[in-house]
Ligand binder design. Structure first.
Ligand SMILES: Nc1ncnc2c1ncn2[C@@H]1O[C@H](COP(=O)(O)OP(=O)(O)OP(=O)(O)O)[C@@H](O)[C@H]1O
Length: 254
């Protein structure tokens, strides 16, 4: 049995269909990219998995536990696309707050938290209130809040958007390290290079999974020569029609 099973998840808001019978599964110890055009439902889907948003139909199971479930909360790390931070609290106070929420002993995570702050170059400001942070620093703190307790399922919505390339590389090494000790990660990304770092990718369009698979599955299904070409093709060819260039969503940092 897969570690996470998403089965026929459907979400309506009023009469609008945001998620259309989404089904997929992910294995332990894997990096899973979630990609697709802007507005395709990526954030809605990860919010449903993280238990932040209600869904209309379907089931989500983490091993044998149906989500959402408060008992497994501490095993999940979630980084929202829009930061949920307290402006008057420092980074350090955020960690204390979240450790309390998960009922985890703060001291157990002291070394790991310090290492993570060091990794994202926040060590010097951990006692400063968040209202003094730049957007970029808030993103880095938000990421650490999702990872400091070494979750077995990390759900990260655009974790590296806007960060510099060298920091992105360091962060992806950390993701790979987490996967190597058994964690499963779901990473929302619209960056071509990052999509290539994942073990499997899910391509969402109009709330529907268009393709789920490895790099070679994408190449085979689109008839392109590389994952990069496949994603550009899918992004510019929604519903089989040429779309205008404004709708091309991918960022190419290569
Ligand atoms: N609470 C809501 N009520 C109504 N519509 C919503 C709600 N939340 C999201 N939507 C709509 O659902 C669609 C999917 O939004 P979502 O944020 O999940 O897309 P996304 O793929 O994450 O986009 P992006 O890449 O731009 O972040 C969009 O059309 C959005 O406007």
């Amino acid at each position: 049995m897969a570690y996470l099973n998403v089965n026929q998840v459907t979400k309506y808001v009023k009469n609008k269909l945001l998620l259309d019978s989404v089904s997929f599964s992910i294995e332990k110890g894997t990096l899973n990219g979630l990609t697709g055009p802007s507005g395709s439902g990526k954030s809605t889907l990860v919010k449903a998995i993280a238990g932040i948003e209600h869904y209309t139909k379907g089931t989500i199971d983490l091993e044998d536990t149906a989500l959402p479930n408060r008992k497994v909360l501490k095993r999940i790390g979630y980084m929202p696309q829009t930061f949920a931070l307290f402006p008057d609290l420092s980074a350090d106070q955020h960690i204390k707050y979240f450790a309390g929420l998960y009922k985890l002993p703060r001291n157990k995570f002291l070394k790991r938290t310090n290492d993570l702050f060091e990794m994202v170059h926040l060590s010097d400001v951990i006692h400063q209130p968040v209202y003094t942070y730049s957007e970029d620093m808030k993103r880095r703190l938000s990421l650490i809040l999702a990872l400091f307790h070494t979750p077995s399922l990390a759900i990260l919505d655009n974790p590296t958007t806007g960060l510099d390339i060298s920091l992105k590389e360091i962060i992806w090494k950390e993701f790979r390290k987490l996967a190597s000790i058994g964690a499963s990660l779901i990473i929302v990304t619209n960056e071509l290079e990052e999509a290539g770092y994942c073990d499997q990718l899910l391509y969402l369009n109009n709330g529907k999974v268009m393709i789920q698979g490895t790099e070679s599955d994408f190449i085979e299904m689109t008839g392109m020569n590389s994952l990069k070409e496949s994603l550009i093709f899918l992004g510019s060819n929604e519903d089989g029609n040429e779309s205008n260039s404004e709708e091309t969503t991918y960022t190419n940092n290569t």
